[in-house]
Design a protein around this ligand. Structure first.
Ligand code: HEM
Length: 409
């Protein structure tokens, strides 16, 4: 067991900066090269953030899970030592994934039911129709086409808008504002502005649902608002989180997953030619493991002293668990840098781990299973309409993916 404390600034020139950039030219699907280097240095190393602080970086799969499941760590950005990867945005403080229990559990409970596996499975025919309609529209239009705009974004946007009870014609407004919120290149003022704009809009929408409820998730929050269990401010915060998560995550998995499959034609052929739903399920889990679109690491701060991988972590120290490197742990996944849709990848940490594990994972799985089992069968000649090095990657935000994916058939 060791107890080395490195205060902020000490030898800071030798401590690598975090977040770390990928080498998109070499392999846009692999974690940043510095993450592999840090893994070689040891299970826990220090990284340097924009504010000069030097939290721990945890690279191993088991160590990441053990920290994320530990009640002695906090996800609240106001906890001393919390590792913010960019200047905090005042207006976004109330986000569910930046809260601790019991506050977190109270709010999460309010929105759990619509994401239960049974409820989400019942949405399959509706999601299939949305996917088919979007493919019909794409096939009827000109080519080449940007798959992000024509397919990857609209599918989850329509799904989440219907689930929440938000008019679909507001989707561009949501996409623009959630992209500003997710980009590291946005200034704190821009981020606060985007959050304020969305909160204002959701306040109006929720007030309408309280007086005139429908059969949707936001209307379901009307009752707890009336009984005083939930404030309108909290309901708006939940709505923003779900809309942003609904737009920014699955869309990037659809576009980046398609690019990964086009770059691995043997894997794409396996998926396209199989009629076995288990092959699709397995492909979705493997693409989640391999691609890891949730970037910036799972961020936590220790509230008490504890030990991980023989290292004492002191209360007030930050911890960063990037799932992209955890999911490439050779002790857990054989030949982890290889995309193999036949492997059993279900243990991956692409949805995080512990109490904050992704609430929308069943919905994301259903959407991805339907997309991956439909798109390449309906357009078997789908191919890139540009060179790989011309594709703009989103290496500047908390969600990884592509800005554009020009395709033809
Ligand atoms: C492929 C798509 C998705 C991926 C890879 C993903 C990934 C993640 C990850 C890694 C976390 C954990 C954050 C942390 O521990 O710091 C998370 C949390 C969360 N996700 Fe997802 N997500 C996806 C889709 C969705 C969808 C479609 C929704 C809902 C519409 C959603 C809603 C949420 C919510 C509400 C949380 C916070 C849960 C909590 O703090 O208790 N996600 N997601």
């Amino acid at each position: 067991m060791s107890d080395t404390t490195t205060s902020a600034g000490e030898n800071s020139a030798e401590i690598p900066a975090f977040p770390m950039s990928k080498n998109t030219a070499a392999c846009p699907f692999d974690p940043a090269p510095d993450l592999y280097t840090q893994r070689q240095e040891g299970p826990l190393t220090r990284v340097r953030l924009w504010d000069g602080s030097t939290p721990w970086l945890v690279t191993g799969y088991n160590d990441q899970r053990s920290v994320l499941a530990d009640p002695r760590v906090s996800a609240n950005l106001n906890t001393p030592g919390f590792p913010s990867t960019s200047p905090p945005v005042a207006a976004a403080k109330t986000s569910l994934f930046r809260m601790d229990d019991p506050e977190h559990a109270r709010l999460r409970r309010m929105i759990t039911a619509p994401f239960a596996i049974k409820r989400v499975n019942a949405m399959r025919p509706a999601v299939q129709k949305i996917v088919d309609d979007q493919i019909d529209a794409m096939l009827a239009g000109p080519k080449p086409v940007d798959l992000v705009e024509a397919f990857a974004l609209p599918v989850p946007s329509v799904v989440i808008s219907e689930l929440l009870g938000v008019p679909y014609d507001a989707h561009e407004f949501f996409q623009d504002n959630s992209q500003i919120m997710a980009s590291r290149n946005s200034t704190p003022e821009q981020k606060s502005g985007a959050v304020r704009t969305l909160i204002e809009y959701l306040h109006g929408l929720i007030s309408d649902k309280v007086s005139n409820p429908g059969d949707d998730l936001l209307s379901g929050l009307a009752e707890p608002i009336k009984t005083g269990e939930l404030t309108q401010q909290e309901a708006a915060g939940l709505g923003i989180l779900l809309l942003a998560a609904g737009h920014e995550t699955t869309a990037n998995m659809i576009a980046l997953g398609t690019l990964a499959l086009l770059q691995h034609p043997d894997q794409l052929a396996l998926l396209r030619e199989s009629e076995d739903p288990k092959v699709v399920t397995s492909a979705v889990e493997e693409l989640l493991r391999y691609l890891n679109i949730a970037h910036d690491g799972r961020l936590r701060a220790a509230t008490e002293d504890f030990e991980v991988a023989g290292q004492i972590i002191h209360a007030g120290e930050g911890l960063i668990m990037p799932n992209e490197i955890g999911n490439r742990d050779p002790e857990i996944f054989d030949d982890p840098d290889r995309l193999d849709i036949t492997r059993d990848a279900r243990r991956h940490v692409a949805f995080g781990f512990g109490v904050h594990q992704c609430l929308g994972q069943s919905l994301a799985r259903v959407e991805l299973q339907i997309v991956y089992s439909t798109l390449y069968k309906r357009i078997p000649t789908l191919k890139l309409a540009t060179e790989l090095d011309q594709i703009p990657f989103k290496d500047d935000g908390i969600i990884y993916g592509v800005y554009k994916l020009p395709v033809t058939w």
